[in-house]
Design a protein around this ligand. Structure first.
Ligand code: ATP
Ligand code: MG
Length: 567
């Protein structure tokens, strides 16, 4: 990435999003000589894929323009915040591939200065202590069509406000007894400017400042001032804050701050079949509906990591969706496409039979084992080849055999010949059945020794190729197949999003049979099981001798199809 300042006469490169265009314009005009952004999570939950969009944008812009991006915890609400979240957020930002160097900050670092800003506003006659209850404040605020009414406490003298605010700070007043409000305009067309609350009493322990404070600034009062203290040039946030911008600017215009950052809003990421509200994700965790924040079905970065997603795929996805000024919902198939595309290039291939059916090759010598050569990754010749043992008794997928094949079923059935991948042509001769259930328990075949490696010297063709594993050499594993956590395309539109949960989002298969080389898979390793999808060894559930694989994504690419249809 270049870190050069754009040339004064150069137009923004084609395809540059509107935020980067603003940044380029500011550098060209000399309004700024360097760029400083920030990512400001509230430590009240784990980061999700929507946050990844914001991280890629903020850290990405800093990187591209040779600037810096701060990681700032927006920890102004002691009731909901937790050190576990602070730690997970740092881990996730790093995992995604970004670095804040020594620019790690907390809004709580600035509590003294924020308090001084509040005092400054009071001294300027621009803030007052108000004893109206929360309901009264709401009622006085008016509506979009009706102006608000002034609080009876609005015009109390500065000295009295200073005294009362000091008593609030000292803990002499109870939670909810009063609040500090900015004195702006109760008739403003923007409800955010109708004397917003800027400090409230909350006698709660804060995870960093302990019991030092019992008054806490509101988000609106803290955010812009923190930006100004840190010298942020571009304060990028999601669209729901557009109506807060006049307030953001009002505070900065009315306080003696070191600079006035520019707030810019963009559309948040919404994904089909996905919930991206921390409150709702927390509910899933608390109610035990998922296996924690890092459940592989969760849209959290911790969940994606455990499932086997790569940071590269998530970054590519964030590049692809772009940055716009209008809200929309992205098809989750696009995210799945990004991970598939990434792993196609680098995941080694292996054979794994998830629902095993025994197959005996009647004319294969008893006790003989051949090592057959298999390609590790057809997309990457440098990945080389490996040896896979072949013997008389194998496992194939139950789905790859039908005693009575339906029309167009080209896999194995009585009398039919198919290819075993990297091995031989085989023909099904008979089946053995479980006397109790009547189900096929074993398929008997013969093989053609002349087809070793997978081709017939006489040029005869077969219509399908099956994967297999030698029974005597197979390693056992548990394989977890995931489907979408929600069955509804727009779960957030349901009256109760929990009603939209997909009851079949997790399918646990035990006794799966893998080729022996997979015994040494390490937690986090990713592999393509041929014909099945991409899988990752679960770092939490796997133990020495017990392999648990997560399916990252299947092979069928619905997004590629959608794109083709579009073209
Ligand atoms: P939620 O609505 O899930 O509680 P939040 O916006 O309150 O999320 P924060 O921790 O405040 O969560 O978010 C940190 C940053 O990430 C903010 O700047 C916010 O705008 C951004 N962000 C949050 N969700 C999304 C999303 N879906 N798409 C893009 N950016 C997001
Ligand atoms: Mg927020």
């Amino acid at each position: 990435m270049s870190s050069a300042t754009p040339r004064a006469d150069a137009p923004p490169p084609a395809g540059t999003d509107f935020i980067r265009q603003i940044v380029i314009g500011d550098l060209q005009s000399g309004r700024h000589t360097s760029v400083c952004t920030r990512f400001p999570p509230e430590p009240n939950g784990y980061l999700h894929i929507g946050h990844a969009k914001s991280i890629c944008l903020n850290f990405g812009i800093a990187r591209e323009f040779g600037g810096v991006c701060h990681l700032r915890f927006d920890d102004t609400n002691p009731a909901k915040e937790d050190i576990e979240y602070v730690e997970s957020i740092q881990e996730d930002v790093r995992w995604l591939g970004f670095d804040w160097a020594d620019k790690l900050f907390y809004a709580s670092d600035y509590f003294d200065r924020l308090h001084a800003f509040a005092v400054e506003l009071i001294q300027k006659g621009k803030a007052y202590v108000c004893h109206l209850s929360a309901e009264e404040i709401r009622a006085y605020r008016g509506t979009l069509t009706e102006p608000g009414k002034n609080s009876p406490y609005r015009d109390r003298p500065v000295r009295e406000n200073l005294e009362l605010f000091e008593r609030m700070r000292r803990g002499e007043l109870d939670d909810g007894a009063c609040v500090l409000r900015a004195k702006i305009d109760m008739t403003s067309g923007n409800l955010n400017l109708r004397d917003p609350v800027i400090y409230r009493i909350k006698k709660a322990e804060h995870h960093r400042t302990g019991r030092k404070w019992c008054i806490y600034p509101t988000y609106d009062f803290a955010h812009g001032q923190c930006d100004a203290i840190e010298g942020i040039t571009h304060s990028i946030c999601t669209l729901e804050f557009e109506d807060h911008r006049p307030l953001y600017d009002w505070f900065l215009d009315n306080l003696d701050v070191p600079c006035h950052p520019q707030q810019i809003e963009f559309a948040r990421l919404n994904l089909t079949y996905t919930v991206l509200s921390k409150r709702k994700l927390l509910q899933l965790v608390r109610d035990g509906l998922v296996d924690g924040w890092d459940d592989p079905r969760m849209p959290t970065l911790a969940g994606h990591r455990r499932r086997g997603y790569t940071p590269e795929a998530i970054r590519t996805f964030c590049d692809r969706i772009g940055v716009a000024k209008a809200n929309s919902t992205v098809d989750i198939a696009m995210l799945e496409h990004s991970i598939r595309e990434d792993l196609n290039k680098r995941a080694p291939r292996a054979m794994a039979v998830l629902k095993p059916l025994r197959l005996v090759i009647d004319n294969y010598p008893e006790g003989m084992v051949e090592d057959l050569e298999a390609v590790n990754n057809p997309e990457d010749p440098s990945a080389g080849t490996r040896q896979v043992p072949f013997s008389k008794v194998l496992y194939i997928e139950q789905d790859d055999f039908r005693e009575t094949p339906p029309p167009k079923y080209f896999r194995l059935s009585p009398g039919k010949e198919v290819r075993l991948r990297y091995a031989y042509f085989i023909t099904c001769r008979s089946v053995a059945k479980d006397p109790q259930t009547g189900e096929v328990s074993e398929v008997h075949c013969t093989y053609d020794p002349a087809t070793r490696g997978g081709d017939a010297p006489d040029g005869r063709k077969v219509k399908s190729t099956l994967h297999w594993v030698s029974a005597a050499h197979a390693v056992d594993a548990e394989v977890r197949l995931y489907d979408r956590l929600f069955a509804a395309e727009y779960p957030e539109r349901e009256d109760n999003f929990l009603d939209a949960l997909n009851p079949n989002s997790l399918d646990i298969l035990r006794g799966c049979k893998l080729e022996p080389g997979l015994a040494t898979t390490r937690p986090g390793d990713r592999v393509q099981f041929e014909r099945q999808g991409y899988f990752c060894l679960d770092a939490k559930l796997s133990k020495p001798g017990t392999l648990v694989f997560n399916r990252i994504v299947g092979l069928k690419d619905s997004w590629a199809k959608i794109e083709k249809r579009g073209a």
